[in-house]
Design a protein around this ligand. Structure first.
Ligand code: CMC
Length: 435
């Protein structure tokens, strides 16, 4: 194969190297384009732009393939758990017994937070959204562990193992606290002997006078949800983490920005939007047909459908679609929203509009129904996504910190006014601004 590409602009040829990834995906390396030709590439939304080389996650959206560090998501979902997969994602390989123990112990011992952080929580009004609290609290961790958040790359990397385990552990404690704060409930402290997910559910739902004991299937389903969200290459929040990290910011600040990026309904907020949509369809007495019609007319979006990268069934949605049934029946729930979701899926997969645009269910289509059955309130859904995505953000921060990439700084095509002279305030009359 040619290992260069030639671009012809105004009778001038420019040649660029072609680079190839380990799965055969190809890119034209245009890093010298502007220096050589004066032109830049324009790719709003970055649909065709490789922003980095990364060895963490591979997705083939056409074939519906997702692998963490080379391991197919289906095998990890079947055999691994969230903590082991986090270790895999962050450090690049499945851990042996020894390294698994070291990592798990680090996570375990970091579950508590400084009591000073309780005061920060008290300062939030009760109406605060848990995502806003989570982002703020993750960044605040840097104030309590200044040695782990120096913004000096070499020092932050020296303390990386501790910072990573701190975040994996404390994001769950802070998430549960944000729920308790919002619900006006006292904080519940983590327990030493509990596994990762059980401990989270304990901090969410136990009362000082009554320990919450979750069903085994609930613990497993939550662990699976975390695992399936653990990384997804250069999505909006992960790119944000890398962008912030590229300026040299510490790990806590970088993942805090990731939480903000995740919040939007087109990204991590979609799981919440799916349940709202299903509830609306249910309340309207629609069997899904009217909603599909509205989507075809461009008046509605089928939330939980479509993906920038997957032009096939999202493998995470397939796994969760199967688990959904199991969890609901284990809990004895008969949720009419699941019937609506199944009907919507069937209709959409056989509808020209969705088929032509290759719109398939994504991870959020079924995760919300499971979370609802577990008893997680709607405004905590995106927080659950954030807990799951933490290892991916951490691994991507590490890649940036250990690499030699320059600060991320895209260019733009300016479409504003050309130079004009300043006008004094007294001269700006009722017709201001001038056409
Ligand atoms: N319902 C109806 N039409 C859709 C949908 C949808 N869910 N998604 C895309 N389309 C249409 C869109 O209107 C456009 O049609 P046309 O070509 O006629 O203008 C075409 O499909 C291409 O859509 P796009 O918006 O250009 O695609 P995108 O790659 O920019 O957006 C997306 C991807 C995920 C934001 C979008 O599919 C969407 O809004 N889906 C619903 C929200 C959702 O489920 N988000 C979770 C994504 S998975 C979790 C994560 O990774 O964050």
């Amino acid at each position: 194969m040619e290992d260069t590409a030639t671009l012809r602009i105004a009778n001038e040829n420019y040649t660029f190297p072609i680079i190839e990834g380990s799965e055969g995906e190809k890119a034209i390396d245009t890093q010298k384009l502007r220096a050589q030709s004066g032109y830049i590439t324009f790719d709003e939304g970055y649909g065709n732009t490789g922003s980095c080389k990364s060895a963490i996650t591979f997705i083939d959206g056409e074939k519906g393939i997702l692998r963490y560090r080379g391991y197919p998501i289906e095998q990890l979902a079947e055999n691994s758990n969230f903590i082991e997969s986090s270790n895999l994602i962050i450090y690049g390989d499945l851990p042996n017994r020894e390294s698994m123990k070291t990592f798990s112990n680090r996570v375990l011992k970091n579950a508590s937070i400084d009591v000073g952080m309780n005061q920060i929580f008290q300062g939030f009004p009760q109406s605060s959204h848990p995502m806003a609290m989570l982002s703020a609290m993750l960044n605040s961790l840097g104030c309590y562990y200044p040695d782990l958040a120096t913004n000096d790359r070499a020092r932050d990397l020296e303390n990386f193992d501790e910072a990573a385990a701190t975040l994996i552990s404390k994001v769950r404690t802070l998430a549960a606290m944000s729920y308790r704060k919002k619900s006006g409930l006292p904080f519940v402290y983590p327990k030493q002997k509990m596994g990762y997910c059980q401990n989270f559910l304990h901090m969410m739902f136990s009362e000082p006078y009554n320990d919450y004991v979750p069903h085994d299937d609930v613990v497993k389903a939550l662990d699976l949800i975390f695992l399936l969200h653990a990384d997804h290459e250069q999505n909006c929040s992960t790119s944000t983490v890398r962008m912030v990290a590229s300026g040299g910011a510490n790990l806590f600040a970088s993942v805090s920005a990731g939480v903000c990026a995740l919040w939007g309904p087109l990204h991590g907020g979609a799981n919440m939007a799916v349940v709202n949509m299903l509830q609306r369809i249910h309340d309207d007495g629609d069997d899904g047909s009217e909603y599909i019609e509205a989507a075809r007319r461009g008046e509605a979006r089928l939330m939980g459908f479509g993906h920038r990268v997957y032009k096939n069934y999202d493998p995470r949605a397939r796994i969760l679609g199967e688990v959904c049934e199991k969890v609901l029946s284990a809990l004895g729930h008969n949720d009419p929203l699941l019937d609506i979701a199944r009907r919507l899926e069937e209709k959409a997969l056989n509808d020209d509009y969705f088929v032509q645009r290759k719109l398939y269910p994504n991870v959020d289509f079924y995760s919300g129904i499971i979370l609802k059955a577990i008893g997680i309130p709607l405004d905590m859904f995106t927080v659950i996504f954030a807990i799951g995505r933490m290892p991916g953000w951490i691994a991507n921060w590490k890649e940036i910190a250990e690499g030699d990439s320059r600060i991320h700084r895209p260019r733009q095509i300016y479409t504003g006014k050309n130079t004009r002279d300043y006008v004094m305030l007294k001269n700006r009359g009722p017709e201001w601004p001038q056409a």
